[in-house]
Write a protein that binds this ligand. Sequence first.
Ligand SMILES: Nc1nc2c(ncn2[C@@H]2O[C@H](COP(=O)(O)OP(=O)(O)O)[C@@H](O)[C@H]2O)c(=O)[nH]1
Ligand SMILES: [Mg+2]
Length: 696
Amino acid sequence: MKEHTTDRIRNVVLVGHGGSGKTSLVEAMLHTSGATTRLGRVEDGSTVADFEDEERNRKMSISTALVACEYEEHKINLLDTPGFTDFVGEVKSALQVADAAIVMIDAVAGVEVGTELVWDYCDEHNLPRFVVINKLDRDNANFQKALASVQQLASDKKLIPVALPWGERSDFKGVIGLLSQRARPGAGAETEEVPAEYEDAVAAARVELEEAAAEGDDELLMRYLEGEALSPDEIEHGFKEAVLAGSCAPVLVASATEEIGIAALLLGISRYFPSPAERPAVSAEAGAGGEQIETKDSGPQAVFAFKTTADPFVGRLTYLRVMSGVLESDSRIHNHTRKTDERIGTLHVMRGKEQIPVKRLHAGDLGTIPKLGDTVTGDSLGDKGHALRFPAAQFPEKLFAVAVHPRTQADSAKMGPTLSRLCEEDPTLGHHNEAATKQTILEGMGDQHIEIALRRAENKFGTALDTSTPKVPYRETITGAGSSQYRHKKQTGGAGQFGEVHMRIEPLTEANMEPDGDEDFRFKSEVFGGSISSNYMPAIEKGIRGVMSDGAIAGFPMEKVFVAITDGKEHPVDSKPIAFEIAAREAFKQAVSVAGPVLLEPIMLIDITVPEGNMGDVMSDLNSRRARVQGMDSGRGKSVVTAEVPLAEVQHYVTDLRSITQGRGVFSLKYLRHEQVPSHLEQDVINRAKAEKENA
Ligand SMILES: Nc1nc2c(ncn2[C@@H]2O[C@H](COP(=O)(O)OP(=O)(O)O)[C@@H](O)[C@H]2O)c(=O)[nH]1
Ligand SMILES: [Mg+2]
């Protein structure tokens, strides 16, 4: 591939509802631009962008593919994102390195749930965008209706068609360019006269376009208002300014699978989308302060890793954006996030899975480096002497968790490393060991997300994992005071065992807590007169701590207990630490049983955003989940509700909310504290925990 300098680079993210045709459009752009000789199809699993096994099997995108194509001296880096909300992490990281977006619309469906979500994401990143109305070849396609639905969504932008469909549905044969005033049949560059029956529509749309162009530049606007005709170059310039400012969004029309309207789109990208240098400077952390980084070759060397993939055969592949400076193959670079030096072998430009080696990447370009040692997603690299760090993408909180279990002994050994590799590839996945339940937990954005992660674990890393709903990490504590005494005595043959412990326990509060002491446990000896020697105290404490971690009611860790040892007895020959440990354990269990023991459950803060029309259903559903609503708000057609809700009630909320709102609802979940389980539910939890213990 030719070397492309910053002004010729366009970084474009494709976003939209799943199935709107993003992957097919990338395929068509590759074919039209001559990068491929054959048009692949999603149905056949033969597209460049959906190259992973899982994507080919499911016929949908799961991760973002980076696909470079060249058109008229420009290099267009396409980022083909998945539409399904479980994979929002892939969309977020792609948005971070894109300079512009194509929002795909299905001409039959118009704006869909996924369109609304990605439109907001593009707003967050201030991305200039094109709207592409696709599938115009389909029965029931309706250009005007689809366009109107987008205009409703894009209230702060004027949608300006730059091409009109030439024919519709089975008769969709090409597009008519409003600037060129030429009709373009099919995919290619050939043009014809505008058919007579389109002349009026073209003239009217052309006026709109000229107006939008004039509004992009004050000087043009003045001349335009005075009735002067603008030249084609002036219109182009003014329109680009308006697109960059975000006041308007060009609309293009296409059939990705019939390869119609593709050349006009490629041309539009090179003309109206910004080069990386035309985007606002990016703020980076530099030492104690900040620095504004402009994307140019002459700036300090700075690179941002926006994605990593790990493959047992190919190894690690780091996807990067050159934020500033030039990156050379066979060089060294410093990882500012990890504070390590990395060796760069051969740099690559990506076309799906194909790696095309290049000598260098200029400022603003996207590419990959294979086999970096320490670099992971979100890291900043560059000149060792000039530390610049770019903020990692903000990924949403994880919403759905499963407990994972190795299928065989061999899987057991591989489980930890496999989970680590998976999470390294995907920042919206996480794993940890839950001490309270002794389970390994895998968390992500939804059931499909987790399912695919597990499939990858098996296919890529040969680790078979089964799942179950995670046990709720309950805790135990006491609500009152209690005292007890226990004598442990054993005198069968040889040496005997003897230990007697008296204790008093109370809830641990500010009043009886040691300043700066452990917040969950305080152990104190109040023994006077040496009824137990002080060297048995560690054994006594050990016995109690054992029960604290294993639980006294239902096997969950205990918290907030104060224990005072008040008295006891020892035997000159038979007393030994183990005897006191046992006596303390039993005494503690007895004390707990009379000190008002209770179970505590995790309480989560949930933040739910849904269309106003769904609010009633969401609220009545929350009522059935023991939720306490903290606040409500609404605006712009959306309602937001904040509530506290027990974790036990929202373990499947991702799928539940999806079905209540047809996928329009989003939520976040955050741990707040543990709170007492209502007494009418407590016995149930205890019984279940006991049954599980017996079955284990
Ligand atoms: N008729 C028609 N089908 C299309 C068009 N574009 C995509 N499709 C089909 O729509 C489905 C989803 O396309 P895909 O590219 O995977 O959509 P994505 O989820 O947005 O990437 C596939 O079956 C495509 O063949 C189009 O322009 N016309
Ligand atoms: Mg796709």
